[in-house]
Design a protein around this ligand. Structure first.
Ligand code: SF4
Length: 83
């Protein structure tokens, strides 16, 4: 028997994944250079204030997020947030 959906359904649930950690942007430190968004657009985007935000933490493999965004952020303001 299949349990009824909670109805909350975020992107992770839709993909059937449970992440141990997710990238988090310290927007106070973000200088809006766009590197993480250009390199990893499946995970990061600009918010309404022109700062980077992680909109889909399951959008790429952890290693890809690490090497294309976290390692290249000039102010090191993207960190892993443990669940
Ligand atoms: S690379 Fe860093 S400073 Fe640049 S937009 Fe992304 S989070 Fe902001």
């Amino acid at each position: 028997m299949v349990p009824a959906s909670s109805g909350r359904g975020d992107l992770e649930e839709e993909k059937g994944e449970k992440l141990a950690r997710r990238p988090w942007v310290d927007k106070e430190q973000c200088i809006s250079c766009g590197i993480c968004i250009a390199n990893c657009p499946q995970v990061f985007r600009f918010d309404s204030h022109g700062k980077s935000e992680c909109y889909d933490p399951a959008g790429a493999e952890e290693q890809v997020i690490q090497t294309t965004a976290i390692d290249l952020c000039p102010v090191s303001c993207i960190i892993w947030e443990e669940e």
